[in-house]
Write a protein that binds this ligand. Structure first.
Ligand code: GRF
Length: 199
């Protein structure tokens, strides 16, 4: 199976994925790293690992549809079978979701359906919950909503600060996301409505 990673920023999850491929704990081919930010550090990580990159900036396209179509065309050219979102800070349009239905994965830094949105770690911390965590899920038309593949809890301790919590969350993401990607790539996930069974 061939896949692409979409990342807008630092790319620490991308790095965990690249490392897992090297260790053969992800048995799939990372064909392309897509970013909407030319300065994203994720692109440096991709180049270092000799993975092809694609930069797509919305400002270069007349509208949303042509932006999405360009990415879809590039993905088809590279024979990409599925997509892994790793800190991609853009909501995919319905055209995109339709083109890769059931084949887009995302990692979210909270236990969905709690703390949806772009500031999940801080929101959980500020809310005072004692447990938050990480969710890997399929992407559907709604934000942070698709069927949940796996979750892992992270305790918020008395001494934690938002920064410490962020570190703890990222550490867990780097373990669970590569595992989920490998399960999907090997056809080990069966989706029945909102339920995902690991075969
Ligand atoms: C991660 O916390 C992920 O859960 C969220 O965006 C962040 C990306 O971090 N969707 P990085 O760019 O992989 O370091």
């Amino acid at each position: 199976m061939n896949f692409a990673v979409f990342a807008s920023g630092n790319g620490s999850n991308l790095q965990a994925i690249i490392d897992a491929i090297k260790k053969k704990t992800i048995k799939a081919n990372l064909k392309l790293v897509v970013s909407d930010h030319p300065k994203a550090y994720a692109l440096v990580r991709a180049k270092r690992a000799k993975i092809a990159t694609l930069i797509v900036e919305p400002k270069d396209y007349p509208d949303r549809v042509s932006f999405d179509r360009e990415i879809i065309d590039q993905l088809k050219k590279k024979h990409v079978d599925f997509i892994v979102l790793a800190g991609f800070m853009r909501i995919l349009s319905p055209i995109f979701i339709k083109a890769f239905k059931g084949k887009i994965l995302n990692v979210h830094p909270a236990l969905l359906p709690a703390f949806k949105g772009a500031h999940a770690i801080k929101d959980a911390f500020d809310c005072g919950v004692k447990v938050t965590g990480v969710t890997v899920h399929f992407v559907d038309e709604q934000v942070d909503h698709g069927a949940i593949i796996c979750q892992q809890a992270v305790a918020i301790d008395k001494k934690d600060t938002p920064k410490i919590l962020e570190k703890k969350i990222h550490h867990v993401e780097h373990i669970v996301y590569p595992k989920a990607i490998d399960l999907f790539a090997r056809g080990k996930l069966k989706v029945i409505g909102r339920l995902v069974r690991i075969l």
